[in-house]
Design a binder for this molecule. Structure first.
Ligand code: ACO
Ligand code: LMR
Length: 274
């Protein structure tokens, strides 16, 4: 019989070897994403949300889910030159570095304070909702533990100057999702935190984190174990990483196009002290 040599790599999301037909004549070298041939993706007019569904979640998701994913990507693509990621990318591009170096320099700022709070927001909101904690119990419990609530707070957004991205995501979900229970919980948390300080708004990370819980739970496409795995591994910061790459690449081209010189921070903006 056939002897199968043990493999050193297991992969389950894509296959570039071509579809296997019964006859040699039917074998064509068409790559598949989660079993879906590329021709079918193109013929059906699918978009990047569908490709993310296939390659990250290994299934085709309903249109409103893929549209939501695409809206997240579009709304998080850029937020101006002053934010952490763009700043790093601009400084790196101006130091004469190449596209990939400039891009990753910006990406490396994504983390618990900037853009990378989506997974933790989903984890903490899910846990608090499932334990039936009131917003007061949740927020004050976090304070006792010395942990800032992920998904809450912004450097420039305020209770009286909300983040438009959050409003757009909430409006889409309220219109298309079967349930927005996690998002409504996050909004209750925001109502409580805003009563403490005007900058403690639900930010775009918190909006995506809570709404993705609603997407996972409400679509009927995931088991409870699968949702726990997705939240546990932490897939959702990937949305911000992917989205912001679009803007960071744009900032790199912008600096090159403008032939900007080496950046040096002005002395007068540094407090030199002992
Ligand atoms: N939960 C509870 N209290 C908070 C929070 C929060 N998320 N954020 C700020 N505060 C309170 C704290 O009392 C803080 O004082 P502390 O330093 O003793 O903890 C006080 O507000 C002032 O905090 P600042 O550091 O001045 O707030 P800043 O404007 O610098 O922080 C930030 C903004 C980093 C977003 C902060 O709110 C935070 O850490 N949030 C959680 C992480 C998060 O969601 N990041 C994603 C932001 S959206 C994006 O990047 C796309
Ligand atoms: C962003 O999307 O980059 C921001 O929300 C962060 C910021 O400081 O504006």
């Amino acid at each position: 019989g056939k002897v199968r040599a043990p493999t050193h790599i297991i992969s389950t999301i894509s296959d570039d070897r071509g579809m296997l037909g019964t006859f040699d004549a039917l074998i064509c070298e068409e790559p598949c994403y989660a079993g879906v041939p590329m021709s079918s993706i193109v013929e059906k007019g699918l978009g990047v949300g569908d490709v993310i569904s296939l390659l990250w979640f290994k299934r085709s998701l309903p249109r409103y889910c893929t549209q939501f994913i695409e809206i997240c990507i579009m709304l998080c693509a850029d937020h101006g030159p002053c934010v952490s990621g763009a700043h790093n990318t601009i400084v790196t591009a101006r130091a004469g570095k190449d596209l990939v170096s400039s891009l990753v320099s910006g990406l490396l700022t994504i983390g618990p304070r900037f853009g990378g709070a989506i997974d933790d927001a989903a984890r903490y909101f899910k846990d608090a909702y499932e334990r039936g904690l009131t917003p007061y119990e949740f927020v004050e419990g976090m304070k006792k533990k010395g942990i800032r609530v992920p998904g809450i707070g912004h450097r420039i957004k305020r209770g009286d100057n909300r983040d438009k991205r959050v409003e757009l995501l909430q409006h889409f979900a309220r219109t298309h999702f079967p349930s927005v229970k996690y998002m409504e919980y996050a909004v209750q948390v925001e109502t409580y935190t805003l009563s403490k300080a005007n900058n403690l708004v639900l930010n775009v990370d918190g909006a995506i984190g809570s709404l993705f819980l609603d997407l996972l739970a409400g679509s009927g496409m995931f088991t409870k174990q699968e949702i726990d795995e997705i939240v546990g591994i932490g897939y959702l910061n990937g949305l911000f990483v992917l989205a912001r790459s679009i803007g960071l690449i744009g900032h790199t081209f912008d600096q090159k196009r403008l032939k900007q010189p080496l950046y040096r921070h002005p002395w007068e903006d540094v407090l030199y002290t002992k």
